[in-house]
Write a protein of this length. Sequence first.
Lengths: 245, 178
Amino acid sequence: MEIATEAFILVRSINAKLYSKYLAFYIYLTVVFLIDLLRLSVLTLRPSVYAPFYWYTEFLHACFGYAVILEIYKNALNKSSGVARIARTFLWGVLTAVILKVTWNAVSGPVWSPGTTSAELERDLRTVQAILLAGIIALLAYYVVATGRNLKGIIFGYSAYIYACVVSLAFGSLPGYGLRPGWRLVQPIAYLAALLIWSYTLWSYSPNPATETESKIERDYKLIAEKTRRALARARSFLKLGGEL
Amino acid sequence: MSQLLPYLGVSLLLLVVSALWARQLFLTRKTRIELIVPQKREPTSGSTASHGDLGERIFDLVDWDFVSRNVPSEIQQMFLRERTILAISWLRRTRTRVSLLMRAHVAAVGQIADLHLATELKLALNYLVVLTLCNLLIAWIWARGPMRTRKMVGQTLRTVAWLRGAFEQLMARVSAET
């Protein structure tokens, strides 16, 4: 099901000439598609090595996920250079904090270990992605950055998937929880949901709409500023009234 | 189980931020109407009690001068009670206006290149201070009356004035760059 949906989105991206518009995102999807094909082959031909193969490729999957973050960042903020600068500061801040934490763990811990298990490593990678996504979405919401249907779809689909990944991997890493079949299903279901969202929102090219014209924004802004100025002048009279009483 | 908290916290943060953004996207059309419609309505308003006139009446010293000189104390008390209600109403409108100003600001500054993180954080912080002060003032006026709130009103007004100045400076930069 996943492989068929991925193939469908990729074929549609070529037909609708979307591949080059969201290159990093489609490279991610192509890599995941190839990984899924390889997994299927390994599962069919060499089932005994499927488990380690799955975790190695899952790590690759998580790493390529950063391409989606890059795509969101690049497309959402390309017309807002000031906001993009704040986003860059935030992204570098998060990455620096993560590097510092890893270094600190390496220095303070008795044995150097990038992650005790593949699942924990993936959980940490996904958590950093969740922080980066939350930061970018917060900036988009705060600065009311106009986004098109394609970008909204990419963001909501990937956010839903990352959310499910972090929660399921966090619970899955607890002793006793990892073996429960329910937790294993969360990630594939969330990924399928993301694929369905992408199938719908990436059907045709829908660029980010142009922001409101400067004149309209300025007009609204000046109108409100003028009203506030008048209200302040009246309020000062109110203060005088209070003083006299 | 406590080792889960950071991960659950991060995922909750992502969920909340996504939900707020989705809500904002859903309400975008409504926000535009709120910003644009009042300026179209105002010139056509034939009512004698337009919003501007109402504000002038609330804070006009002439009213109090007249009441304090010519009417008995019961009427003065009634006047003060009504002034309290009107002051609260004015504060609520000021709060709404500052919110609109902030929204217009964030929509406008998206266009400028030299956006300073420190200034933006300071603005956001002051905006929160204004909202908090407005809410506190409303509660204070409600409890103690409008005449014992001068200090807090002064603080609110200073913060609002600072915000307005900062907005105007940023807007000048927007105009210069576009």
